[in-house]
Design a protein around this ligand. Structure first.
Ligand code: SAH
Length: 359
């Protein structure tokens, strides 16, 4: 048993079963042994769009500048990225934004990163960018006093989810317990009060699973409140479902690039779950913002001019033409990231849709 697994087992022995969300938070962020707290998983357990190509961050940076210009180019703004990984997206965005010096001059840049290891990687990566960047371990109210331009790629899928299982027309929360010395799932014996979960899910079949990410929803609502009050725009890109979630579970573990048992090695495997874009969108609207999409990543990047940018890069460096073409395909290919990944935009109410979300 790993040290973290033993500590989680002790915690459960002392205080009783823990929720799947609490298990996820410990497995990912425990300061001593958490998955993100102790390592840089990018490129080993998973590869993200900004690591595939510089084009991704460039286009997302310019997306912010366009949204900013469309709102009358306010003199002060905050550019925030949630969960910046290796800092590649921001490095590429800042380089592209040199073409829009007024945006950079107005911008305070804040990276929200929980992992000390990744924060170091980001600092090293961005030290040459010339931009004044500050870091925060979580999103808080100090980010509420100016227009907010916010980017989050593969961030929301890492936030903790709770799971509920349908049994005889009631919902029971799925908990983590200790059984014969090992971590195991078990249903809470007492059903969750009916009013606590969305009524629309009540048609779930016996054994159906309902997942909800409470911290994702409250964060989205907070971001939306700031954007509605101050102006700005938010762009969330992630894998997940754009139409009503099904009744299956989506929590998954990846260890050394392969699917693994969720409970087997807390701290050694990446844990993530499909992002429920419908729920995120509702949260944004509760916060008073307008929400657009989700649109498939392929369609979104194509609308922003990905192919033209790829052609430009291939022309500038003919030796790289094949690599650029392959990256383009990975980002927009229907069977690659183009459809599974989706983009959701949040904007102040009453303005026209941001770039890539026009109908
Ligand atoms: N956006 C990057 C990295 C995605 S991995 C990319 O596309 O390559 C998820 C990132 O979110 C990591 O940087 C991880 O450390 C960070 N993260 C996960 N949960 C977090 C939380 N609760 N608060 C802040 N950062 C978090």
């Amino acid at each position: 048993m790993t040290a973290l697994k033993a500590r989680i087992a002790e915690l459960i022995a002392a205080q009783g079963p823990i929720s799947v969300a609490q298990f996820m938070a410990l497995a990912l962020h425990d300061p001593e042994s958490g998955y993100y707290a102790t390592r840089d998983p990018l490129g080993r357990d998973f590869t993200t769009a900004p690591e595939i190509s510089q084009m991704f961050g460039e286009l997302l940076g310019l997306w912010c500048a366009q949204a900013w210009a469309d709102q009358g180019a306010p003199k002060k703004l905050r550019l925030v990225e949630l969960g910046p990984g290796r800092g590649s997206l921001m490095a590429d965005a800042l380089r592209a934004l040199k073409r829009v010096p007024a945006f950079l001059a107005a911008a305070e840049i804040v990276l929200v990163e929980a992992s000390p290891v990744l924060r170091q990687t980001q600092e090293a990566r961005l030290s040459g960018s010339g931009a004044n960047i500050t870091w925060k371990s979580h999103f808080d109210e100090t980010l509420a006093d100016r227009p907010l331009f916010l980017l989050a790629n593969e961030f929301f899928d890492a936030l903790p989810i709770r799971q509920y299982v349908r049994r005889q027309d009631r919902w029971h929360e799925r908990m983590v317990v200790v059984e014969k010395g090992e971590l195991a799932f078990a249903l809470a014996p007492i059903a969750t009060p009916p009013g606590a979960l969305p009524a629309v899910r009540a048609d779930a079949p016996e054994g159906g699973v309902f997942e909800i990410a409470p911290s994702s929803l409250s964060l989205m609502e907070e971001i939306a409140r700031i954007i509605a009050a101050q102006g700005g725009a938010g762009l969330i890109v992630d894998y997940g479902y754009g139409e009503g979630a099904g009744h299956g579970e989506t929590l998954q573990a990846i260890h050394n690039g392969r699917f693994a048992d969720v409970l087997a090695g807390p701290g050694t495997a990446d844990l993530s779950a499909h992002v429920d874009f419908v729920a995120l969108k509702e949260a944004a609207r509760r916060g008073g913002a307008a929400a657009f999409g989700p649109v498939p990543q392929g369609a979104f990047l194509s609308a922003l001019g990905l192919s033209a940018r790829a052609a430009q890069l291939a022309k500038a460096d003919r030796g790289a033409a094949e690599t650029v073409q392959a990256a383009l395909q990975r980002l927009i290919g229907e069977s690659q990231m183009g459809r599974l990944f989706q983009a959701l935009a949040v904007a102040p109410p009453g303005i026209s849709p941001p770039p890539g979300f026009e109908r």
